[in-house]
Write a protein that binds this ligand. Structure first.
Ligand SMILES: Cc1cc2nc3c(=O)[nH]c(=O)nc-3n(C[C@H](O)[C@H](O)[C@H](O)COP(=O)(O)OP(=O)(O)OC[C@H]3O[C@@H](n4cnc5c(N)ncnc54)[C@H](O)[C@@H]3O)c2cc1C
Length: 402
């Protein structure tokens, strides 16, 4: 394994870092102010976002994900990892570079399993950053960490499919630019366990699609993106909206969630780096009991442990990315599962230490730490809870001795 960064990656790292310093960090508060100045936090996307996207596009910092595709920037997962990490340092960063969840995972699905028409209609505007998308798999009424439990129905009726079901945690559904959902449901309740499910493209303006409410995360609404509870009632879409074919939903989910998961981990490493940086700056200036906080052994231990844990997580992420590039997403599933457990836990520990070092300021919204912690905590659940990933790792480990 060779993890040193190529000159192309180093150049992009520098460009991205400079862009973050010049345009992203100074505009985090502007974004929030513009959002709050609107009639409703859900009515529009703050204008600063579109301005920043244009700047990023002009600098070639656009669609850096999507390996092995003519639609992407021609980077491998391994090359993308250190870049995604930089974007993940800010909550508004990934969208500026058109590398935000859940669009990247959805675009990978459309690129891999979509027909030419799907690509023309949905992938191209997503790649251009003109529209956004959501992914509707999780349901309130069943334990959705086991995707075979999904109960939404996708039934064929002539040239159409009819969709009925209730979903929640469809991230991004609140965004006024969110035009398309990838919905997972069952086309055949009697088929083999992993062949009952299908995925289908549902334009959000189709009659019968209703966003019932937006769900908050520890009180944060994450507007205008948000997390929607959506009912699909007798929603009719053309039969050609099915992805790959009936019964392929589970297989697509396995493929989709691989890249989506590792992207979250890359961003979490960036968030942890930023938290550590904030911690280190704060403790050198803050004097308690006659000396800087940084001279306290316990705080030095927090700093050292944070650096150790970030490096460990980064190396495992790079290994997972390397495996995805060399043996494919399916073969890399253990590494992806491992990093999906490691990265959120690591980020939470580092951010928590930074919060502690900031004292009361750490839990306020004057600094980004509290919201970083809340978002990172969701990633011990979203895209599969830790326990499910651990169960998979253990299963594969035990298999070696059977
Ligand atoms: C902020 C956020 C964003 C999300 N975005 C999306 C999205 O865009 N699209 C989407 O479809 N979903 C999304 N989700 C949903 C997320 O993927 C699910 O919450 C997750 O898969 C768990 O499903 P569940 O909530 O039904 O929990 P359940 O399946 O009810 O599981 C509850 C708990 O049971 C435990 N458990 C489950 N299985 C095992 C096991 N095998 N061994 C031991 N313990 C186990 C785990 O601790 C788990 O947390 C999001 C969730 C959050 C919080």
């Amino acid at each position: 394994m060779e993890f040193s960064y190529s000159s192309k990656v180093k150049e992009l790292q520098k460009k991205l870092t400079d862009f973050m310093e010049e345009h992203i960090y100074p505009n985090e508060k502007v974004y929030e102010q513009q959002l709050n100045a609107q009639e409703s936090r859900w009515s529009a996307v703050p204008p600063i976002m579109e301005e920043l996207k244009e700047k990023a596009k002009a600098e070639g910092l656009w669609n850096l994900f999507l390996p092995e595709s003519g639609y992407g920037a021609g980077l491998t997962n391994l090359e993308y990892a250190p870049l995604c990490e930089i974007m993940g340092r800010s909550p508004i960063g990934p969208e500026v570079f058109n590398c935000a969840a859940p669009d990247t995972g959805n675009m990978e699905v459309l690129e891999r399993y979509g027909t030419d028409e799907h690509k023309e209609k949905w992938l191209k505007p997503l790649l251009a950053g003109e529209i956004r998308s959501c992914f509707s798999m999780t349901e309130p009424d069943v334990a959705s960490s086991d995707a075979t439990n999904i109960e939404a129905r996708i039934e064929r009726d002539g040239d159409e499919y009819v969709i009925n079901g209730r979903k929640w945690w469809s991230s991004g559904a609140g965004d006024p630019r969110c035009k398309i959902a990838i919905v997972m449901g069952k086309t055949d309740f009697n088929a083999n366990r992993h062949e009952q499910q299908s995925m289908i493209l549902v334009p959000l303006d189709t009659p019968g699609v209703k966003i019932e409410r937006m769900i908050s995360v520890f009180g944060y609404d994450h507007a205008p993106h948000g997390h929607g509870e959506i009912t699909y009632e007798n929603v009719r879409v053309p039969a050609e909206n099915i992805l790959w074919g009936e019964g392929k939903g589970f297989a697509i989910a396995q493929g989709r969630l691989g890249p989506g998961r590792i992207h979250h981990c890359m961003r979490l490493i960036g968030a942890a780096e930023r938290a550590l940086e904030l911690l280190c700056k704060r403790v050198q200036d803050r004097i308690a009991f006659g000396k800087p906080l940084s001279s306290q052994g316990v705080i030095q231990e927090w700093i050292a442990n944070s650096r150790i844990e970030i490096e460990q997580a980064r190396l495992l992420t790079l290994k997972a990315a390397y495996m995805m590039d060399t043996v494919g997403n399916k073969e890399a599933k253990t590494e992806i599962a491992m990093i999906k457990v490691v990265a959120p836990t690591m980020a939470l520990k580092v951010i928590d230490r930074a919060i502690q070092a900031y004292g009361g300021a750490g839990v306020s919204n004057d600094f980004p730490l509290a919201s970083m912690w809340a978002s990172s905590r969701t990633l011990r659940l979203a895209d599969g809870p830790d326990e499910v990933h651990r169960a998979q790792i253990a299963k594969l480990e035990l298999k070696k001795y059977q």
